[in-house]
Design a protein around this ligand. Sequence first.
Ligand code: NAD
Ligand code: 2HG
Length: 382
Amino acid sequence: MIAPEGIEEFPKEIYSVNKTDKPNALLIRSQDMHKTHFGTSVLAIARAGAGVNNIPLLEASSNGTVVFNTPGSNANAVKELIIAMLILATRPVFSSIQWAKKLNGADVSLQTEQGKNHFAGTELNKKTIGIIGLGSVGSRVARATADLGMRVIGYDPYISVEHAWRLSSDIPRARNLSELLQKSDYVTIHIPYTEDNQDLIATNELSEMKDGAILLNYSRWGIVNEQAVIDALDSHKIAQYITDFSSERVINHANTIVTPHIGGTTLEAEINGAIMAAQTLRKYLETGNIVNSVNFPTVEMAFDSNFRITLIHQNVPNMVGKITTILARYNINIDNMINRSREKIAYTMIDTDIITEEVFFDLKTELGNIPEVIRVREIRKN
Ligand SMILES: NC(=O)c1ccc[n+]([C@@H]2O[C@H](COP(=O)([O-])OP(=O)(O)OC[C@H]3O[C@@H](n4cnc5c(N)ncnc54)[C@H](O)[C@@H]3O)[C@@H](O)[C@H]2O)c1
Ligand SMILES: O=C(O)CC[C@@H](O)C(=O)O
């Protein structure tokens, strides 16, 4: 469900929500879009949350559909749950509560005192936690676990400058994944599911972990190889597997704790994500500006003129030349212009004075006939 606070970001006078079979934009959470054909009406998809493996990004790019996520919106929620799961892995909280619930009689207090020796746990303090991925979630987990007195070691060869700044300089980084696995009593994974990250933790990696270590996966199914982790649990190579992603085999194993994909499920995170996704969508629909996209470059230009033309096109040489040649033929004076690219896709925005609907119809047809152009859009200033 999308939090109503996000829907309220779309004023009723301007937007119809859930009322058309040809939507201009989709606001989603984890729903699987791989089998959904989103037509050419869909200019953008915003995912309230971090992971975008539920969206076919290549198809979206070739359709000229910009995909957004809401980085960091639920990171605190995941961090807090990780702390809870670390404690649940380490102290017999569940079993002691179940035991205590069965007690009765006037001497319950005495019985608890006598029985508590069966429920000794260990402490997180001075244990080593290895954090794979130091982005929005991983960097927060690093700080929180360091505050609990844990020895923290991180691994993230692709860390962004923003996240690197956020990370305390006291958090040592492993030179490679093996070093992290070999040193850690707990290993927690906070990376996106991508083709490269599929089975990142498989038989070899599990064999490198310390005997009796505990593995947490609150990132995605598929990053940890299921058969390999079951084998590692069966052979007691690792002591526990704690995850937000279930399968029958994992859920029924004695040494797993499975939560039902609730890492980002807090009131606060749902509101953050919905509002952020809605605001990002509105910005794109109303100005063409792109922030927090996972398949398009970041492109922002102040919208000071009356009319904006946006073009999504392939990232090949001479596109700006081809576009401006056509504009010159229409005698259009360019007030401002920006062009940015990301991998195979490029985006150009051109600001000019008002263009009538008839003229724009012809212009749009000509621009759209450039073979590398995927989508042409007009935005009129209100
Ligand atoms: N359980 C949940 O409900 C829940 C909630 C939020 C996020 N997530 C999952 O957690 C993932 C991380 O979330 P985030 O907000 O921290 O994302 P993020 O993009 O801020 O951080 C991900 C980090 O992983 C790093 N990374 C990528 N591949 C790596 C690899 N092979 N080894 C080491 N580091 C690698 C990146 O450089 C980046 O710094 C999301 O992609 C999503 O799948 C799950
Ligand atoms: O929508 C959700 O609740 C899941 C969110 C989480 O998996 C994410 O990737 O942000």
